[in-house]
Ligand binder design. Structure first.
Ligand code: AKG
Ligand code: FE2
Length: 337
């Protein structure tokens, strides 16, 4: 066993599909020194919401609590989820240079922490594709010279439609539970246009105790829907400690984002999460993010009024200036930042 893992580590060190910075033991770290060892955290007992028999009271309870849940009976064919994960795995194992050219307009290839460039100190040990759902259709799904990217677009489009349906279903119940003003709430969810899917591969990491696949953060979304392979690595921060979120085949995991916290006046909260790396195994996940309309006003008793476009610009500015997202604190009424 040990030697198999060691062989995997060695193979990863020279894998031409990895971004060059991920091919060798790295001198830096993206962890705070006082952070706990990666493994051995308790497993979170994640609540399950049945989408076919959606109980508003139960959903409200879960949103007021941990802000993360699994959805059962979501109607996404398991064959589609499997195909998406398999195709993603295949495409991400292509040589690094070809991924950059293959995945172009409207998609893009990303690795590390794009807003920061290749700064080692804040590097997330991850790569993937950014897939803007609203722009896929205009490209068509014909098999052109870039056949694999085109058939992936087709798959992503089909998957995106399911995600949009789920996001809308959940949002409508959330809006009723929070008694949102219908007129204001009309722009709080743009489940298809302006939203995107991210397909991630977390490469093997020779120093898994030093690097996160993704550093602790909350999502800027209204809500995010995750499809992950069987490896695990996602953790959430709840009651002052980190818990593992174990993958369960066929289920999707939803987490609440910052926007729901804003228009929900802090009644619901975005959940802090992060992703661990693994020394000898790669992890694939596909994350859908539902956002508000870019220019609609987001109105809250707890936060200054802003548009999502303004939020995005502020987040980017803060990341560039400080290496981190400031997020909600930046907009909270009475907050000095
Ligand atoms: O890959 C995952 O499990 C989570 C990804 C994530 O948190 C994000 O993209 O914001
Ligand atoms: Fe996230």
């Amino acid at each position: 066993m040990e030697s198999k893992a060691a062989a995997m580590e060695e193979a990863a060190a020279s894998d031409p599909s990895y971004p060059p910075l991920f091919r060798r033991p790295n001198p830096g770290s993206n962890r705070e020194a006082d952070q706990r060892p990666a493994h051995g955290n308790p497993v979170f007992d994640v609540p399950v919401i049945d989408l076919e028999d959606l109980d508003p009271v139960r959903l409200d309870e879960v949103c007021r609590g941990v802000g993360l849940f699994r959805i059962a009976n979501h109607g996404v064919p398991s064959a589609l989820m499997d195909r998406l994960l398999d195709q993603s795995r295949g495409l991400l194992s292509l040589p690094f240079e070809s991924k950059r050219t293959l995945f172009s307009d409207p998609m893009s290839y990303i690795w590390g922490t794009p807003a920061l460039g290749a700064k080692v100190a804040n590097l997330n040990w991850v790569e993937g594709f950014h897939v803007p759902l609203g722009q896929l259709k205009s490209k068509g799904h014909d098999l052109d010279s870039q056949g694999s990217a085109s058939s992936f677009r087709c798959l992503a489009d089909e998957y995106g439609r399911h995600m949009a349906r789920i996001a809308r279903t959940l949002f409508n119940v959330v809006a009723a539970n929070l008694k949102l003003d219908a007129k204001k709430a009309a722009s709080y969810l743009s489940e298809f246009d302006g939203t995107f899917v991210r397909v991630y591969r977390y490469p093997c990491c020779p120093e898994a105790d030093k690097y996160f696949g993704m550093n602790a953060h909350t999502d800027s979304s209204v809500l995010s829907i995750l499809c992950q392979d069987e490896l695990g690595g996602l953790q959430i921060f709840h009651d002052n400690q980190w818990f593992d979120v174990a993958p369960i085949p066929g289920m999707l995991t939803v987490n609440l984002g910052d926007m729901i916290q804003v228009f929900g006046n802090d009644e619901y909260r975005s959940v802090k999460h992060r992703v661990l790396t693994n020394r000898s195994k790669e992890r694939i996940s596909v994350c859908y993010f539902a956002f508000p309309m870019e220019d609609g006003l987001i109105i809250s008793s707890r936060y200054k009024t802003f548009t999502y476009r303004e939020w995005k610009a502020q987040v980017l500015e803060d990341i560039k200036a400080t290496g981190d997202k400031v997020g909600l604190a930046r907009f909270r009424i009475g907050d000095p930042s």
